[in-house]
Design a protein around this ligand. Structure first.
Ligand SMILES: NC(=O)c1ccc[n+]([C@@H]2O[C@H](COP(=O)([O-])OP(=O)(O)OC[C@H]3O[C@@H](n4cnc5c(N)ncnc54)[C@H](O)[C@@H]3O)[C@@H](O)[C@H]2O)c1
Length: 362
């Protein structure tokens, strides 16, 4: 069993989902777009333990620098992996032919800097992709459409912490942020116009096993990678900036509950840890576990990076779907480091820091 799978089993044992939730998922056919991705692979792993007689259909074009094999997706008898694209009508017809009752839409052109470098492609994937999926979901009468939105994106640089759901910013600084907001707006349109039961989950700064480091990836896998390869870590800013780092399995808990609770339909809510960690604290914790002192190179912030703090309110998710994140940041970081150690060769081969494009490290 892979570490992702065994962590999923432990996690499900710890959170003890109610019988009604387990029964709800037992026989379902579920589409997960982006199911080979950082969050998707953990979602698929958990779903594969609770969907007994149903099927999990993963659609992923494997563009995020990975293959499905590190996560043993295809070894799982109730997982059907379809290599395909959310922009392709043919690929979408293939997955909807399985008659899904639930769609978790996680595929995205990830993330800010990637969208700055490739704005048109990011809109094609994120905006055209969700329209096609919403449309087919109406046509095939799915019971739930759960959209992976982004709280880090849609609140802009609003600075009243914790961030609550009623604030929405019009001052977004990257195509990715605009696309994630557009995804919510199209979900609202299909909800109002066609009564499609949509649920919009606003994630904050996911981390944990499953995310391969790279040019366009998040700060934690990249810091772990650079630290393990004894490189210097670039800090964009002072290091006192904060993020609401959320352990990936806590996000999966939120997704599983969002798929079940009727109260979630039509709603948008934050899924986060509800805690704030400084970038420099995170770096020091990695050093402590690796028993080393990685050098820091302080560099200028990227133009779009306008958020000194991120902290989410999670009270709406608690109220609507009984969301209860259980991971301490330090424990999640330890799991993340163990996953790196266990899969080092694969991760090292796939880590993609393509020189010549804009990024935090030139
Ligand atoms: N990771 C975070 O911190 C975070 C925060 C807020 C929101 N989100 C959202 O959560 C979702 C999952 O994020 P993640 O961190 O797992 O990202 P990820 O990049 O690891 O996963 C996305 C997956 O989608 C696939 N994909 C990309 N383009 C595709 C296409 N055209 N057709 C089919 N598949 C395609 C990629 O290959 C990848 O496996 C995304 O929608 C993202 O916007 C993530």
């Amino acid at each position: 069993m892979s570490l992702i799978d065994s962590l999923a089993v432990d996690y499900l044992n710890k959170i003890k989902l109610k019988k009604e939730i387990l029964n709800y998922y037992k026989n379902k056919t579920i589409i997960v777009t982006g199911g080979a991705g950082a969050i998707g692979s953990n979602l698929v792993s958990c779903l594969s333990k609770i969907v007994k007689n149903g099927l999990i259909v993963v659609l992923d074009n494997l563009s995020a620098n990975r293959s499905q094999d590190p996560f043993n997706l295809t070894n799982n008898p109730n997982v059907l992996f379809v290599k395909g694209d959310v922009r392709s009508d043919e690929d979408l017809k293939r997955i909807f032919r399985e008659k899904p009752s639930i769609v978790f839409h996680l595929a995205a052109f990830f993330a800010n800097q990637n969208s700055v470098d490739y704005p048109e492609e990011s809109a094609e994937v994120d905006i055209n992709g969700i329209i096609k999926l919403l449309d087919l979901s109406v046509f095939t009468k799915v019971e739930k459409f759960i959209y992976a939105s982004s709280g880090c994106s849609i609140y802009g640089s609003y600075n009243k912490m914790p961030l609550k759901e009623d604030f929405i910013s019009m001052n977004l600084t990257t195509p990715y942020q605009i696309n994630k907001m557009a995804g919510e707006m199209y979900s609202n349109y299909y909800f109002h116009h066609y009564n499609l039961p949509v649920v919009k989950c606003r994630f904050f700064n996911s981390f944990g096993p499953g995310e391969i480091p790279g040019q366009y990836r998040n700060v934690i896998p990249n810091f772990i990678y650079w630290s393990m390869t004894k490189k210097t870590v670039p800090i964009t800013g002072t290091g006192n900036e904060t993020r609401d780092f959320t352990y990936v399995l806590d996000l999966v808990q939120g997704l599983l509950k969002a798929g079940y609770y009727k109260q979630a339909i039509g709603q948008s809510f934050n899924l986060a840890s509800g805690k704030e960690t400084k970038i420099i604290q995170m770096k020091n914790m990695i050093d402590k576990v690796l028993k080393q002192k990685t050098k820091i190179n302080y560099v200028n912030k990227r133009k779009w990076d306008t958020k000194p703090r991120l902290l989410a309110s999670i009270s709406l998710a608690k109220k609507l779907i009984d969301y209860r994140p259980i991971y301490k940041f330090e424990d999640g970081l330890l799991d993340n480091l163990n996953w790196f150690k266990e899969n080092w060769e694969k991760i090292h081969n796939r880590a993609d820091f393509n020189p010549g494009k804009s990024s935090a490290v030139k």
